[in-house]
Design a protein around this ligand. Structure first.
Ligand SMILES: [Cu+2]
Length: 117
């Protein structure tokens, strides 16, 4: 009986551990021109609080573009026809704007951080 309880406990522990290690979310954000407007897309993405968020930023255009996620202190410039990766821990819930700090007319978007499940 004791051995069975240990097995159940170990099973629960390994399940919890696998949930922690799964809490890395990866997204690819692309800057491109759509009908003459420069945009980041997708314009929104959603994670849960505490998750580690790995963003691959791709610039498909011929000039540098910025990625500024002010609420998390992220400011990057992506050179033409290149990509870069930024990592942020989604420590704060709510809707957090991201934008290109180099071009005010360049459409950005929002990162929605939901409370922990
Ligand atoms: Cu831009």
């Amino acid at each position: 009986m004791k051995a069975l309880m240990m097995l159940i406990l170990l099973g629960a522990l390994s399940l919890a551990a696998s949930q922690v290690s799964a809490a890395v979310r990866r997204f690819t954000l692309v800057t491109d021109a759509l009908n003459g407007t420069t945009i980041w897309y997708p314009p929104s993405f959603t994670v849960h609080q505490g998750e580690k968020v790995v963003l691959t930023l791709i610039n498909k255009l011929d000039e540098p573009h910025g990625f500024n996620l002010e609420d998390f202190g992220i400011t990057e410039v992506v050179q033409p026809k290149t990509q870069t990766t930024v990592t942020v821990t989604a420590s704060k819930t709510g809707l957090h704007n991201f934008r290109c700090h180099l071009h005010p007319q360049h459409l950005g978007g929002q990162l929605l951080v939901l409370p922990t499940r």
